[in-house]
Design a protein around this ligand. Sequence first.
Ligand SMILES: O=c1ccn([C@@H]2O[C@H](COP(=O)(O)O)[C@@H](O)[C@H]2O)c(=O)[nH]1
Length: 271
Amino acid sequence: MSFGSRAHVAMQAYGPACIGIDPHPSLLEQWGLPDDIEGLDRFARTCVEAFAGQVAFVKPQSAFFERFGARGVVVLERTIEDLRHTGSLVVLDVKRGDIGSTAQAYADAYLDDDAPMAADAITVSPYLGFGSLTPFFEVAEKNDAGVFVLALTSNPEGPDVQHAVRGDRTVAGSVLAQLAELNAGASPMGSYGAVVGATIGSSSEDLAINGPLLVPGFGAQGGTVDDIRRLFGDVIDQVIPSTSRGVLSAGPDVAALRDAASRVNAELVGS
Ligand SMILES: O=c1ccn([C@@H]2O[C@H](COP(=O)(O)O)[C@@H](O)[C@H]2O)c(=O)[nH]1
C-alpha cells in the first residue's frame, strides 16, 4: 500500500498527530538522564514504549542522535527498527537534499526498504532545485514510502527564501505546485507531502496538493489548533500536526507521555 494510503489509514485509526522524538540536552536533563549515549538510549527506548502503535506518526529528529556520533546513529537505527511495523509510521526528519547522484545515495539510505535505516518517509530540502529530488520520489515510489518536502517552514528565517518570487510564483508556491502534479489522481491522497509550519501566520499559497501536510511548530513553537484550522481550511483532513517538546516534556513516565500524545489528538480532532 502506498505511503499516502497508509498515512490515511493510520490517521483514521489513531488521529492525525505526529509525535517527534527530539532528545534535546534539556529534555535529557529534565528526564533525569545523562547527556551521553546511555541517556540517549534510555530516552529513545522510553519514546518507543510510549508511542509505538499508539499514534499515527513518530518523527525521530536525526540531528539529536547524530550529536553522539556513530553510537548515536546506532541508537537511531534501532529506534527506527523498533517503531516500524507497529502501526505507527516513522517519518525520519533528516532534511536531506543534494545534487542528483548524491541524492540517489540518500534516497537509497533512507527509503529503500532493505536499507538498515529505512523509514516510512523522510523530510527533504528542495533548495538544490525541485528536480534534484527526483531520486527520492523514484525510490519512494518503488518502496511505498513517502517524502515530505520543505515548503513553508516554521522558523522565522524561512520567508527570506521561501517567499522569494520567480516568474509568477513564490519559491514555496512552486514547490507546492510541483508536489500537486506528482500527487495528481492519487486516492485517498498521494505520498508526496509538504512541510508547512503552524507558525507561518497566513499564506496565500495553494495548499491543496492532494498529499499529506506535515505541520511542525505546533506546541513549543507557539502554533495552536486555531492556527491550524485557520491556515488549512479545506485541506484540514490532510494535515499532520507535529509536536516534539510539547509532548516529550511530560516524560519520562510512559503513561504520562501517552496521555500527553492522546490529549494532542483529542484537541486536534475536537477542532
Ligand atoms: O519547518 C520545520 C521543519 C521541521 N521542524 C522540526 O520539527 C521539530 C519541532 O520540534 P518542537 O519541539 O515541537 O518545536 C524539530 O525536530 C524541528 O527540527 C520544525 O520545527 N520546523
